[in-house]
Design a binder for this molecule. Sequence first.
Ligand code: S3P
Length: 413
Amino acid sequence: MSLQKKIQLTGDKSISHRALMLAAITGGTTQIKNLCNSEDLQSTIDCLRACGVNILKNKKTHIIDSDSLSNPSIPLNCGNSGTTIRLLTGLLAGQNIEASLYGDASLMKRPMDRVIDPLKKMGANADWTNNQIVLKKSFIKGGEILNPTSSAQVKSSIILAALGGEAKTILTESYNTRDHTERMISFYNPNSIQSLAHEITITPSKLGINSMEIPGDISKASFFIAYACLTPGSNIVLENILINPRRIGFISALKEMGANITIDNKKIKYGEPVGNVHVKYKSRLKNIRVRAKSVRDMVDEIPILSIVAALSRGVMSIEGLSELKLKESNRVLAITSNLKAMGSDIRENNNNIMIKGQKYLYNTNINTFSDHRIAMAFYIGSFFAKHTMILDNIECIKVSFPDFFEKLEEIRA
Ligand code: S3P
């Protein structure tokens, strides 16, 4: 069966979290269209509501009403969402809020010192103990701060805290990671933030956001892009998709592998580049070397890229995957163990993986490690496996993409 459809997707998850959080401290009413509809976003909505923010949904628009945040009377449950707990900790510290934040077993295993340490240096009264982050009244003073990690979540947490600071913060970091926080702030108040080479200067201020529309999620799109690249005769269009350069590393890699992917109708909407992504099946793809530097622009797409690699010609090497071991599951382990079980020749060495492509994969039981992106990647992989595959948990897909199966049906129809 070939794929022949034009589809639209719900809003980008990373941008949706940021839109809600910035709306919560903007003062007044903000209308957000096409917010991501996932469990992770629901965690952010629930936490913000507990801090006194009014959030209503009217058809496809969320209406956020907020003057100032208040101390929540309950611990804030961030569920499975790393973006919620890390960004919210910064946001709340900047607003002098007292709160405790926690999440599910997977989230509680993930490193939180990477946000607590810089926030403390900025003046946050924050601790990470007994499986929760405890925030006491903080006074963010401003000054110079370094983000030594390649994490956009850490960068964004620092920026959100700095917005509520006493004076300017100058953030230095040496990685180019997704820049949605910077773009969104700059779109609504260019004087609040300046990015120059490796330095970001944040001037405490209110933003005055009143409306926003979130572009279609490029990470959700990646599963269908991969599916079309692997299925002879396919010709699909994904409309109004985020094409931020820091997020389209997956498309660049597929093009280097020989895929026919073009983007037209490019526009800048609310500070972010969007466009229609056309994918036409060309031929079996050829594996390439993906260097660590490029991984940052497709950090969430490595599971689905590995599936494509396992079905392409030649040997794929994907380097510098240490951060993948710190995601919702250890994704290097999840990819290697499941692909091995499907008969693929895959090896890991020192945070690099090598995959020797073959024409088919084989049926097996897949351990999703309850990780949404592993589940979706292997679900797509199952279409190229002989016989039926069984995934132990498909419910976890709701974490980022509750309408995954609906969209899959739409594109296969
Ligand atoms: C995200 C950043 C990335 C990504 C995550 C969402 C964000 O994490 O993996 O899914 O919204 O900032 P890191 O910043 O930890 O790499």
